[in-house]
Design a protein around this ligand. Structure first.
Ligand code: 5AD
Ligand code: SF4
Length: 434
């Protein structure tokens, strides 16, 4: 009987891409991929360490898996991703049901570690690499519309709050050529959208090519394919990149540009290496070069020593920039980071209150921006059925806004459709086909 593997993915898009990579590696070794937990003899969790609550969720999940292991002791349970890298063999010692612990740079050897586990040993692989990019490995992707491609791995920025440089190691890029080839294959298979992923895509380098070169090359593969990317660091975002986005119709007019805080004092403590003035200038320039640009950000509330005044500065920056969307978090100390040695002195209830103020403000702004779209026409890429009803399709605008439209037989998933926006919430647009 074939080994059957079930994989659950937590955290960022990079992890989703890594899970496809892992499935690709296991499939080549004869594993079958299953979506049913109960039919699997290998259960893998691809994990996230970025905030405490992400790890807590995964620990709860492991407690649940314990009962499965009790019922079927031959089941192999493995932890992949950032938690594997961070907690290493402690995971096996603490959570006795874990058989395999493999970090982000050791997936190539996952089959060996699983074999060890089948033989009753524990398999641990947590070495980080300066060169591993997995560029020769074809990820396992089901048929679909959107695909992710990790164009680089790791991060050298060392923002003081962030565990990623420790769990994913040093920055390294895949070759431009291998990425373009992968996009060609996806285009041949009928994919309509590719998102290029990296912790900081702006430091992409391959043999004299920078990220703008990569984006341009990606955009030229298939004019009918949308190209997206994430994440950009405000320090390294070049004018050349902005002009490249403006020049190519199929590079989406959308940039995710984490600001983290509106206070220069906090930004410095965060080791973000830019000032708010630099950031605001950058946004002004980006909006000039790319008309209709949509922007989103990440914000952390309650970083060590954050005062009410610092918090107000964050709210003010949000009001000034008016982001289309934001991912907003409460500061969470991570062991090993520089901020971990600072006193986590903003009381929990104040962190929560500030976070809620940030969320409420963003919802107001998003709603107002979306309201201005009512009666406007947009081209959307139909990505699938609406989550709430199969009588509706869900698609996205170039600017990354979700649009729900009624389902017609003449429209297929993967089509570009012109729609008129009729109704909006802060998170979703509703439209009619024109
Ligand atoms: N606490 C809270 N938020 C964090 N992020 C990263 N590390 C932490 C932390 N320790 C957020 C940042 C980053 C996003 C991916 O997660 O905003 O941009
Ligand atoms: Fe973490 Fe900063 Fe690197 Fe992003 S740029 S992964 S926040 S260290």
């Amino acid at each position: 009987m074939n080994n059957k593997v079930y994989i659950e993915t937590y955290g960022c898009q990079m992890n989703l891409a890594d899970s496809e990579l892992v499935m690709g590696i296991l499939k080549r070794k004869g594993y079958e991929i299953t979506k049913e937990l109960d039919s699997a003899n290998v259960i893998l969790l691809n994990t996230c360490s970025v905030r405490e609550n992400a790890e807590e969720k995964i620990f709860h999940r492991l407690d649940h898996l314990k009962s499965i292991k009790r019922g079927k002791p031959s089941t192999v349970i493995g932890i992949l991703g950032c938690m594997a890298e961070r907690l290493r063999k402690n995971l096996i010692e603490e959570k006795k049901i874990v058989d395999v612990v493999v970090g982000p740079d050791e997936y190539r050897r996952l089959p060996e570690y699983l074999d060890m586990a089948f033989g009753g040993e524990k398999g641990i692989g947590v070495k980080l690499s300066r060169t591993e990019t997995y560029e020769d490995i074809e990820p396992y992707r089901e048929e679909g519309i959107s695909a992710w491609i990790a164009v680089m791995r790791g991060c050298d920025k060392f923002c003081s709050f962030c565990v990623v440089p420790f769990t994913r190691g040093r920055e390294r890029s895949r070759s431009l050529h291998s990425i373009v080839e992968e996009i060609k294959k996806l285009s041949d298979r009928g994919f309509k959208e590719v998102t290029l992923l990296g912790q900081n895509v702006n430091s992409y380098r391959d043999d004299g090519h920078d990220f703008a070169d990569l984006l341009a090359a990606a955009a030229r593969v298939d004019k009918n394919m949308r190209i997206r990317f994430t994440t950009s660091h405000p320090q390294d975002l070049s004018d050349k990149l902005l002009y490249t986005i403006a020049e190519h119709d199929n590079i989406c007019n959308y940039i995710h540009l984490p600001v983290q805080s509106g206070s220069n004092r906090i930004l410095e403590l965060m080791n973000r290496s830019y000032t708010i003035e630099h950031y605001l200038n950058l946004i002004e320039k980006a909006r000039k070069i790319i008309p209709g640009l949509s922007l989103s950000t990440d914000i952390i509330a309650g970083f060590p020593t954050e005062t009410e005044e610092d918090h107000q500065m964050t709210l003010n920056v949000m009001k000034e920039i008016r982001y289309d969307g934001a991912f907003m978090f409460k500061y969470s100390p991570r062991e090993g980071t520089k901020a971990y040695n600072m006193v986590d002195d903003v009381p929990e209830e104040i962190k929560l209150r500030r976070l809620n103020e940030i969320i409420e403000l963003q919802q107001e702004i998003s709603f107002e921006i979306n309201q201005q779209l009512i009666n406007k026409e947009e081209i959307i890429l139909v990505e699938g059925l609406s989550k709430k009803s199969d009588q509706f399709y869900s698609g996205r605008t170039d600017t990354n806004k979700v649009v729900i439209i009624p389902r017609y037989d003449s429209i297929k998933i993967g089509d570009y459709v012109k729609v008129k926006i009729t109704r909006v919430t802060s998170a979703t647009l509703f439209g009619e086909v024109v």
